[in-house]
Design a protein around this ligand. Sequence first.
Ligand SMILES: *[C@@H]1O[C@H](CO)[C@@H](O)[C@H](O)[C@H]1NC(C)=O
Ligand SMILES: *[C@@H]1O[C@H](CO)[C@@H](O)[C@H](O)[C@H]1NC(C)=O
Ligand SMILES: *[C@@H]1O[C@H](CO)[C@@H](O)[C@H](O)[C@H]1NC(C)=O
Ligand SMILES: *[C@@H]1O[C@H](CO)[C@@H](O)[C@H](O)[C@H]1NC(C)=O
Ligand SMILES: *[C@@H]1O[C@H](CO)[C@@H](O)[C@H](O)[C@H]1NC(C)=O
Ligand SMILES: *[C@@H]1O[C@H](CO)[C@@H](O)[C@H](O)[C@H]1NC(C)=O
Ligand SMILES: *[C@@H]1O[C@H](CO)[C@@H](O)[C@H](O)[C@H]1NC(C)=O
Length: 414
Amino acid sequence: MGHSLLCMMGFFLLSTVICGNAEAKPKTELRADRTAVPVGGSVTLTCSVSPSSSSSSGWKYYWYRYDSYYKLVTSPDAVFLSNGQISVSEGGLYWCRGGRGEPVYYTEDSKYVRIDTTASSRPVVTLYPNWSEIYRGETITVRCEIHGGDTEWDYEWETNSTIKPPNQNESRIRSASSSNSGNYRCKGRMKSSQHNTTEWSDSVTLTVSHNKPRPVLTVSPSWLSPGASVTLNCEVEHPSAGWSFYWYKAVPDLSEKSYSYELLPDGSGTAQDSYIIHGQTHTAGYVCRAGRGDPEYHTDHSQPKFVWSADVHSAASLTVSPDRVQHFTSDSVSLTCEGNFTEWRVRKFSEDGRLYSVCRRMTGSTCNINTSESDTGVYWCESGSGEFSSAVNITVQSMLLYIYFLDLNDLDVT
Ligand SMILES: *[C@@H]1O[C@H](CO)[C@@H](O)[C@H](O)[C@H]1NC(C)=O
Ligand SMILES: *[C@@H]1O[C@H](CO)[C@@H](O)[C@H](O)[C@H]1NC(C)=O
Ligand SMILES: *[C@@H]1O[C@H](CO)[C@@H](O)[C@H](O)[C@H]1NC(C)=O
Ligand SMILES: *[C@@H]1O[C@H](CO)[C@@H](O)[C@H](O)[C@H]1NC(C)=O
Ligand SMILES: *[C@@H]1O[C@H](CO)[C@@H](O)[C@H](O)[C@H]1NC(C)=O
Ligand SMILES: *[C@@H]1O[C@H](CO)[C@@H](O)[C@H](O)[C@H]1NC(C)=O
Ligand SMILES: *[C@@H]1O[C@H](CO)[C@@H](O)[C@H](O)[C@H]1NC(C)=O
């Protein structure tokens, strides 16, 4: 109090020295109840000098604003609510100070607070392409769009993803990763008037999936009949999201223990998720995959699926000995690949839809198996030069069940 008194007593030249060194040098503090003026609303600013010995310490408050120039704030630019409190609706940098006495002693300026005004246009975040789920490695652009007039804007982003977009209206993510997953929102700040901002946009969620998608191919019918066409269907997750389709013939590749893929005629990048084959007469295998975007992102290839021919007069065939469809557990069955080819492997497509290689070791072109119930399925041969043979169904039934039925038959007879 002693120091303040000294200061007030009009030692004008000395005051800065005396008060500047004083421990109880008054501090000026400015608080704002919010940092942005809502559309049609206002912000309340409160200025106080401390320490102040009592409420009637005699301070008068002075308010300043800087937008494009510096200005003392007076009515009607602000509504004076009470001593030390005003309400403003213009954006800018605000600060205050207190003063008292005659001649007036002024406190130091408060720190400034930045008050923005809110433009009525609200930005929208869009993803281009607008896929709800994208895959690791895909290219996507995150955009902040502000409609309304030809105002020029600076852009700010807020996100909880690991990587924050730069302060621009759009950010191209060339190869997305999980670090780009998160919620994104943006706002604009007028280039011409830095204290005019838009509200935050709604948040948009970008999910980058770690998995590489693998489509599922279905082939129908499973068994060829003369004159009928074969329809392939390729199913991807999120089917509506801009996929195009690639169709391949699977060519047996014995060295790779798998298949190589040959594009079918006009099978490149079709908009349809189905493909029809006419005039197919032999067993064949097919594969599909999908792609989208620019640059194009490709899914994995589907598992191969087959259409089977029972025609034993084709270039390659599979014969079963003993020659019957129904076998019993522990039967010894031999499967022989016939045709003018040197190397073979035998394949089985099981009831649960899986593809197996049957014999690890073949005797020439013959493969012997001791059957169990899990051997039920469709069997065919594949040659080293990429041929499919005709196919056969093999059903293996439990021997016990067979004896049981035999007994019943015996009962019927007696
Ligand atoms: C800034 O926003 C306020 C309130 O919305 C508006 O009255 C003013 O015209 C805007 N300034 C500019 C330069 O557009
Ligand atoms: C993507 O945009 C198209 C039109 O451009 C719209 O029909 C579709 O609903 C949008 N999809 C999503 C997931 O927003
Ligand atoms: C982003 O800014 C560029 C350059 O200013 C402009 O060409 C483009 O149309 C803008 N994009 C959007 C989505 O506003
Ligand atoms: C971002 O925030 C949302 C909502 O709080 C949350 O569901 C999501 O998991 C967050 N994402 C990341 C990458 O932190
Ligand atoms: C193989 O079995 C399936 C269904 O069990 C049947 O539709 C098909 O005609 C059979 N093929 C042959 C050559 O017997
Ligand atoms: C088998 O193939 C070889 C070589 O391709 C050919 O010389 C031979 O005539 C063929 N034999 C039969 C029976 O088709
Ligand atoms: C089949 O069973 C017989 C008799 O048990 C055995 O000698 C033969 O090695 C078996 N063959 C195979 C391919 O497992």
